[in-house]
Write a protein that binds this ligand. Structure first.
Ligand code: G6P
Length: 588
């Protein structure tokens, strides 16, 4: 949700800022802007649209050595030039990621003092308040400290003050911000990929810490304004992990990394059919709640079926934005699992904090190392997906599914099940090598599509239909196969695409009956299964390898992802940056 990059150093700032912003475009991409210092003055350039539009309006070779940039996902105010960041008021120029919840209150207070506002954003209140406080006390650090304590909501901020054009100031509360040092200067950024072209060493600002950064020096203050030392972290990986490397789209590249992602995740937790100490020993939980958003929520659904089947522990799965505002019932032996690729999703983070306050054990399943959710949960289990750039998640979904299957084995106390994971990477590779275009051609010129399945296959339907919706804007809807006849079957007409998933022996024939019901009403059925039967109830079939139920969803999701990709391509959609979406949703 919005990306921030700043640079101060001996090298030219604009190429560094633009290169960083391009890596952060997945956080928002409806407008962009930079503020930089030239001949002792602040210059601000902003454009609606993608970073490429901003790049076209800038002279990258400008002799500027200090600047802050922003790519926006609009929350308050339409994505036009005036609402784009940076925002300047008086002597303060600011880029912001997050939402200021009390901005109306603050704005009214400042308007009463005669301060004028130009935009519809919540952000503009920040430079205005900084400037107002600065008029009372001319100490930039103290003013930032005072101002951020008056803000409610979430923020990561890059700040420049006209009275100190040699420094960038940075601070945060509940929105991520890192600082990186390279031999000739410093960066601030919302996320590590932004700096990987230059360095893989960084430090993480904690809530309400304030950094003052200039060409030779970085000073970090805590919220009592004492100077503190921060631990330097190293990102394992290279900028190649965040590059296209010859693929046409990040989504395709990331799907093709899935065999590796599976192996990396499995090998991180298991050696010779035994769990390593990276998998924590857990007490006997009476019940489990899984809380997440978007695709991570659907992984939760898969996990529910696996954990209930193999470990006989009841599992409740909830969307985080609902869970945090409802009455939840715990026992002292409830475990709450939060699943999040980014580890920064605002609703998931808020749910985690609430559960912790209630004294319940929490576990985070996270991809981004040292993210807020990773740092705050009692147990943190990392998936080994590496940086995921495409907005629609694919490899992280597969890694999360792998890890939840491993956690199921742990909870079931039946390590024999680990043998079922053997050879799955080869199955993944084989599935990736197939051509899915012919199936996509049957779907792409329809406005609606239906996914049906039972049990764990239904969970996969949810993810398959979400992939299609987000990447190709087809209204793809999922139903439990047995429930169709209770209403939804009225939507099936001649040639309606129906993707039917049927991988479980125990209910195979039941689902086949439901497929026949839609076929009889004219549906064009794509049948995804692991065991063919001699009967004519589908138009096309994808036969996936037959493996144990515990690992089967890891394979089933691959055709669904690649079909969504091919359909989006046939419809000329912006595959890696679908309209209206952002990858890391750090607002409620
Ligand atoms: C956004 C993304 C989804 C993602 C969801 C949860 O909506 O577009 O792809 O599944 O957030 O994100 P998280 O980082 O918590 O997994």
């Amino acid at each position: 949700m919005c990306g921030i990059v700043g640079y101060v150093g001996k090298e030219k700032a604009l190429p560094r800022i633009l290169s960083g912003l391009k890596f952060l475009e997945y956080r928002g991409y409806d407008s962009a802007g930079v503020a930089y210092v030239k001949e002792n003055k602040i210059k601000i350039v902003k454009e609606a649209g993608r970073i490429s539009a901003l790049e076209a309006s800038l002279n990258k070779e400008e002799n500027t050595y200090l600047g802050i940039g922003h790519t926006r996902w609009a929350t308050h105010g339409v994505p036009n030039k005036i609402n784009s960041h940076p925002h300047k008021s008086g002597k303060f120029t600011v880029v912001h990621n997050g939402i200021i919840e009390n901005y109306m209150e603050l704005k009214d207070m400042l308007i009463e003092k005669g301060i004028e506002f130009k935009t519809d954003t919540d952000t503009e209140v920040i430079p205005a308040l900084l400037n107002y406080n600065y008029e009372q006390e001319k100490d930039i650090i103290k003013v930032i400290n005072k101002t951020i304590k008056m803000l409610k909501g979430s923020f990561a901020l890059g700040i420049i003050c006209d009275d100190d054009l040699d420094s960038i100031y940075a601070t945060r509360y509940d929105s991520p911000l890192i600082i990186a040092h390279q031999k000739n200067g410093y960066f601030i950024a919302s996320d590590v990929p932004a700096i990987l072209n230059y360095t893989n060493k960084y430090l993480l600002l904690d809530n309400l810490e304030i950094a003052k950064i200039n060409v030779n020096n970085l000073i970090v203050f805590n919220s009592n304004l004492q100077k503190i030392n921060k631990e330097e972290l190293t990102f394992v990986g290279t900028s190649d992990d965040a590059m296209l490397n010859g693929y046409e789209h990040y989504m395709l590249k990331e799907i093709h990394e899935e065999a590796k992602v599976f192996k990396d995740t499995f090998n991180y937790y298991v050696l010779e059919n035994q769990f390593k100490e990276t998998m924590p020993n857990l007490k006997d939980y009476h019940d489990i709640h899984i809380v997440a958003c978007g695709s991570a929520y659907y992984v939760g659904y898969i996990a529910k079926y696996l954990i209930e089947k193999y470990a006989s522990i009841p599992v409740l799965v909830e969307v985080a934005s609902e869970y945090r505002y409802k009455k939840n019932f715990y026992t002292k032996d409830t475990l709450v699992i939060i699943i999040s690729q980014s580890g920064e999703t605002a609703d998931s983070l808020a749910a985690l904090r609430q559960v912790k306050e209630d004294g319940i054990d929490t576990m985070a399943i996270v991809n981004v190392v040292e993210s807020s959710i990773a740092r705050e949960a009692k147990y943190t289990l990392y998936v080994k997906a590496g940086p995921e750039i495409a907005v629609a998640t694919t490899k992280a979904f597969l890694a999360q599914t792998t890890l939840l299957a491993l956690l199921t084995v742990k909870l079931s106390k039946n390590n024999e099940l680990l043998k079922e994971f053997k050879g799955i990477d080869k199955n993944i590779e084989e599935l990736l090598s197939r051509d899915y275009l012919k199936y996509a051609k049957e779907i792409y010129n329809h406005n609606d599509a239906f996914f049906i399945g039972r049990n764990i296959d239904y969970a996969l339907c949810l993810e398959g239909s979400l992939k299609l919706k987000e990447t190709s804007y087809i209204n793809a809807v999922s139903f439990q196969a047995g429930e169709l006849k209770h209403g939804t079957i009225s939507l099936i007409s001649e040639n309606t695409p129906v993707i039917a998933i049927n991988t479980l022996d125990s209910i195979r024939n039941k689902t086949i009956s439901n497929i026949k019901e839609v076929k009889a009403r004219g549906a064009n059925v794509l049948y995804i299964t692991n065991e063919n039967v001699r009967d004519n109830f589908y138009n096309n079939i994808i036969l996936i390898p037959k493996v144990a139920d515990i690992v089967s969803p890891i394979l089933t999701v691959i055709p669904l992802q690649l079909i969504a990709y091919e359909v989006a391509k046939l419809r000329n959609c912006d595959i890696d940056k679908p309209r209206n979406l952002a990858k890391s949703v750090t607002v409620e």
